[in-house]
Ligand binder design. Structure first.
Ligand code: GN1
Ligand code: MG
Length: 365
């Protein structure tokens, strides 16, 4: 749930941006774990239009201006590609609105950074994917996003350093265990053991990158199924959203995170672990979809690591939930007690399911 803001506060905050028409109403929007998001409804000459207003969580993103610089560069670049294609396409990119000073963001009097977008109508994000056909399109969409950014000049800002550095995430977990500020460590020994058993393989992708076998690219880094919009009419994946973590990274992070969220028929915080696992037909569709768009630029070394990346990123997000549970739920938003622990157990169950199917995943290559 977004932080409680009154309608008049939101109206005032939205007023920092160039939006024509009259503000009607704002409502909390989406399921993000980090930022506060609102859908705004405006009346423009009798027609109702929607916008998105978002507060960047500065506890997570220490330099919101650097985030916005990345988002602007990436969306401008993609918009150029869409225009150049000149095709009849519903393909979109998020479009930032300008604040009165022309910048794509504005700070409120409390120092919070806000931004506003045009709302993509008749499309939605899915927490859980419906079918292999939908999974194919989602993966194709994320692969295409990567492809569009292959020729973006200059390095993007690293908005969260070491975001997918799994060994460092384990260091953070170890520090949290040592501090044990909430006395919760005694509740999670099996989960801690689960991570430590797999610790040795966690640096594999970073090592391949360091020795030059796998290149750094521009990656999204948060390719959850709910971070791409599906067109209501055509079912096509038309717009990648949540670009805050777009930064230098490995393509495998995106593939891995996509499988983590897209091949699991249960939501990330599902408590009934019998419902959690990797559906192989969904994995296959995600793999095929990703290759259909990203296959043209992926190297053999990258392709070879695709199955492993699914396991690694699932383990990594799982252990981030575990660390946050131990630290007292300070990073990810929670709506009930033990939600981070449920998320962690869910992800670890998924890791086991991926491990059990690793041979089949390798055979697809
Ligand atoms: C966070 O806010 P949201 O849901 O888009 C997190 C991701 C996690 C995800 C897990 C900046 O993303 O890394 O994978 O939750 N984003 C950040 O649901 O930490
Ligand atoms: Mg998101």
């Amino acid at each position: 749930m977004a932080a409680p803001y009154s309608q008049s506060e939101i109206r005032r905050l939205a007023g920092m941006f160039d939006i024509y028409g009259d503000f009607l109403v704002a409502s909390p929007f989406g399921n993000g774990n980090v930022n506060d998001t609102f859908q705004l409804t405006y009346d423009q000459g009798g027609i109702r239009l929607h916008y998105v207003l978002q507060r960047i969580n500065s506890n997570v993103f220490k330099d919101p201006v650097a985030v916005m610089e990345n988002v602007s560069r990436v969306t401008d670049h993609i918009l150029g590609k869409i225009r150049a294609a000149k095709a009849q396409t519903r393909k979109r990119t998020i479009r930032l609105l300008h604040a009165h000073d022309g910048k794509p963001y504005a700070f409120d009097s409390r120092g919070n950074c806000w931004r506003a977008y045009i709302f993509v109508e008749h499309a939605r994000a899915y927490e859980v994917l419906d079918s292999p056909e939908q999974a194919f399109r989602v993966a194709q969409g994320f692969g295409e996003f990567q492809k569009q950014l292959v020729d973006l000049k200059g390095r993007l800002n690293e908005t969260i350093p070491d975001f997918h550095n799994t060994p460092k995430r384990i260091n953070t977990l170890e520090a949290a265990i040592k501090a044990d500020v909430c006395g919760r460590v005694k509740l999670v020994q099996p989960e801690i053991d689960f991570v430590m058993k797999r610790k040795d393989e966690c640096g594999k992708l970073l090592a391949l990158n360091a020795e030059g076998s796998i290149p750094e690219r521009i990656t999204h880094n948060d390719t959850k199924s709910n971070n791409i919009l599906i067109d209501d009419l055509s079912g096509e994946a038309i717009c990648v959203i949540d670009l805050d973590t777009v930064m230098p990274g490995l393509v495998l992070y995106d593939f891995g995170d996509m499988v983590r969220s897209g091949a699991n028929p249960a939501e990330e915080d599902e408590q009934d672990l019998n419902r959690v696992g990797m559906k192989f037909d969904m994995y296959e569709a995600l793999y095929d979809g990703f290759i259909s768009s990203a296959g043209s630029f992926l190297t053999e070394a990258e392709k070879e690591m695709l199955p492993f990346s699914a396991k690694l990123i699932t383990l990594e997000i799982g252990l981030r939930f575990l660390s946050d549970f131990i630290m007292g739920d300070v990073y990810f938003k929670t709506r009930r007690s033990n939600q981070n622990l449920d998320r962690c157990r869910n992800q670890f169950k998924l890791v086991e399911s991926i491990e059990a199917q690793m041979n089949k995943m390798q055979a697809l290559l």
